[in-house]
Design a binder for this molecule. Structure first.
Ligand code: MRU
Length: 358
């Protein structure tokens, strides 16, 4: 998608330099910094510290991480170690293990000297598939937005949580792909952007994406959504997912569940854009079995922003000695989800429909 009117993606392989490049998302919206990933340790740091984040992008980064590993050594035990190390960086998004498994299972019969080029080919394919899948989710989701517009004949108000736009993928995004597609097709849309404490991916990333695409949006703190729904200011909610269980339960950024409850109570459709790479067919009950990441308490006790001299500062916002709990995700039970938007079409959030995607 666009940044200052130029097309950019979140991760790419540069053939001339044989380097993998990413945007350091920790600095957005204040600075656009492109960095190189040169070692498995740098890949692990990038995922853990959220230079890259968002379930699909984590998966693609992991795949390129395996290429970076293979350039150092093509010994199978070394690659297996690298894969385990990368897999341990974040526990909730299933795309991470999905991408690593895809690489590991496709290299079993490959000659050692061909391993780096084979892994690069696979990583490039995973990246390209992600772009295609997000585009396809965009087309299916666009039809839903168009339907609301045709019925109401006024701007469609969409609520989204966290960042499930192009920064969470390679390009287009999942939850925001339908919004970008609707905007490109001249459907008037306005997005309510949830702040998404503690890391504020809504304020810092989603709003930046929407501004760059000239899509009208308003930033709201996390507790506003319910009030807006009661007052008919939201037509439709769309979020992403980090792991979708085979019963249709969806695990996404903390706070998603509360928005789904409010939407259910107010009879507002609640859609989840779910690429098939986010489905964990082995988990039967998402509420019970999806592992929930707990992150550093400093993300809760401190906040980043620009000071009066436009310098990036981290400030403390809690009393000395406070104990902060930092649960990064929650699970929305399937009964609160209107439909899942996948790259293969719009489906019910239930076992039968999800199993048909296998
Ligand atoms: O902790 P993050 O920023 O990686 O969490 C991102 C989200 O929760 C997204 O909504 C999710 O990954 C879906 S992305 C298309």
């Amino acid at each position: 998608m666009l940044v200052d009117n130029k097309h950019l993606t979140t991760i790419w392989y540069e053939e001339e330099t044989d380097k993998v490049k990413i945007i350091d998302q920790r600095l957005i919206p204040f600075e656009l910094k492109i960095i190189e990933l040169n070692s498995v340790d740098e890949v692990c740091f990038a995922i853990k510290e959220m230079q890259v984040r968002g379930a699909p992008l984590i998966g693609v980064t992991a795949a390129y991480g395996m290429y970076i590993a293979a350039k150092k050594s093509s010994e199978l035990h070394f690659l297996k170690n690298a894969s385990d190390k990368i897999n341990a960086t974040r526990p909730t998004a299933v795309n991470l293990s999905w991408a690593l498994n895809k690489i590991m299972t496709n290299i079993v019969d490959i000659n050692k000297d061909q391993l780096p080029s084979k892994i690069l080919e696979l990583a490039n394919q995973i990246r390209q598939d992600d772009i295609n899948n997000c585009k396809s989710i965009g087309k299916y989701g666009y039809e839903l937005i168009k339907k609301v517009y045709k019925k109401n004949k006024k701007t469609v108000n969409i609520l989204t949580h966290c960042n499930a736009g192009w920064l969470a993928t390679v390009d287009w995004g999942t939850a925001l792909a339908p919004v970008f597609t609707a905007h490109k097709n001249n459907i008037p849309v306005h997005v309510w952007v949830d702040e998404t404490r503690p890391r504020n991916q809504g304020f810092s990333l989603t709003s930046w994406e929407l501004l760059n695409e000239n899509i009208p949006n308003s930033l709201i703190v996390d507790n506003v959504g319910g009030h807006l729904m009661q007052n008919k200011k939201i037509d439709i909610c769309i979020t992403g997912t980090d792991r979708t269980a085979s019963n249709g339960d969806v695990c996404n950024k903390i706070g998603t569940y509360l928005k789904a409850l409010a939407a259910y109570d107010n009879k507002i459709p609640f859609y989840v854009s779910a690429p098939i790479s986010s489905i964990d067919f082995n988990i039967q009950n998402g509420v019970r079995d999806i592992p929930i990441e707990e992150r550093d308490s400093e993300e809760v006790s401190h906040i980043n922003g620009l000071d009066e001299n436009n310098e990036l500062k981290k400030i403390k916002i809690v009393p000395e000695g406070s104990t902060c709990a930092n649960y990064a995700f929650d699970v929305t039970p399937a009964k609160f989800i209107t439909k899942l938007i996948t790259e293969k079409g719009i489906i019910d959030a239930n076992y039968e429909s999800i199993n048909n995607l296998k």
